[in-house]
Design a protein around this ligand. Structure first.
Ligand code: ATP
Length: 310
């Protein structure tokens, strides 16, 4: 089927995320950890440009080390395009260009943002006309963080993080991000968490199948008050990420000394997210961290999910 495919290219932008709260249940025998998380989409974006083509191809730009992102069917943007084509019965292809700004394996869902952007871009390019709900279902099949990258804003994720419910968040939160050239593997960090819990004798015999986000986190987001949110920031994966990368703890301490309200490791790390009182506070933290030789970024959230530009 050729659908209503366009001869123009389609440019889609999708955000990276911070987990302002991440609760992780014990490991089940099948490797499943129940999650309760609050995602916030922030103004660090991935751009995906989809151009008409008879076959499927992908180029990825903006990488420090090109070997960190696969250019075959393991690439999440490529998988998203092929999944949509199969679901729509589309027999053409697409030439994808991914422009990365979100650090690879940084705990900010960059690959998931690429997948969400590719779904939206190919849907528009091919005239597939899938509903948001249908795209959400495909997104969930690609990875637990992909539905959120489609959705954006602020949302509660439960199950594996893929069962999403929007969360009310007022105002704007200013963050300083300290990214790392060297990524951290998500399975390694989960494995370390399990090992640390075992050492502490804290492994539950019968881990919960579902978890909840504590009410104070949701109240802080609703109030739009950065100081309240700072008190609620939490990440169960942080100790495991710091075990792999002890320097992350130092980065958080530097950030607090520079005036951040609070700092956490985002997701499985190694990106450190420092919450600041306002834009001026964030600029001050950014300048102070630059003097220590770091290369911090000032971003804000929440921002919208994957959307077509122009
Ligand atoms: P996760 O979503 O697993 O928590 P993350 O947010 O820490 O991961 P990503 O940048 O999404 O990090 O990449 C995780 C891994 O996925 C990388 O090591 C990379 O090899 C693979 N990957 C597949 N497709 C992409 C893509 N389009 N961009 C980045 N990484 C990709």
């Amino acid at each position: 089927m050729s659908l209503g495919s366009s001869s123009e290219s389609v440019h889609v932008r999708a955000p990276g995320k911070i987990n302002v709260y991440l609760g992780v249940g014990g490991r089940h025998d099948d490797g499943y950890h129940a999650l309760a998380t609050v995602f916030q989409a922030v103004s660090l974006y991935e751009d995906v440009i989809a151009r008409p083509s008879a076959g499927f191809s992908i180029v990825v730009k903006g990488l420090e080390d090109p070997s960190t992102v696969p250019l075959d069917d393991r690439n999440l943007a490529m998988r998203a395009a092929k999944l949509l084509a199969a679901a729509a019965g589309y027999d053409g292809g697409v030439a994808l260009e991914v422009r990365k700004s979100v650090p690879v394996a940084g705990g900010m869902g960059g690959g998931s943002a690429d997948a969400a952007a590719a779904l939206v871009a190919c849907d528009a390019l091919w005239g597939t006309g899938f509903s948001q709900a249908r795209l959400h279902d495909l997104a969930a099949r690609l990875g637990a963080d992909v539905p959120f990258a489609l959705h954006g804003g602020t949302a509660v994720g439960t199950g594996r993080g893929d069962q999403l419910n929007p969360a009310l968040a007022r105002g704007r939160f200013d963050w300083v991000l300290v990214t790392s050239e060297q990524g951290l593997s998500t399975p390694t960090v989960y494995g370390r968490l399990d090992a640390l819990r075992e050492e502490e004798g804290a492994l539950a015999d019968d881990p919960p199948l579902s978890l909840d986000v504590p009410i104070p986190v949701l109240q802080a987001l609703r109030s739009g008050d950065a100081e309240s949110l700072a008190e609620s920031l939490h990440n169960d994966l942080q100790a495991a990420a710091v075990h792999e990368r002890p320097d992350l703890e130092e980065t958080i301490v530097h950030g607090l000394r520079a005036g951040a309200l609070h700092g956490i490791v985002s997701g499985s790390g190694p990106t450190v997210a420092l919450l600041c009182a306002d834009p001026e506070g964030a600029q001050q933290v950014q300048s102070a961290l630059r003097e220590t030789g770091l290369d911090p970024l000032h971003v804000h959230g929440p921002v919208p999910g994957a959307r077509i530009l122009g």
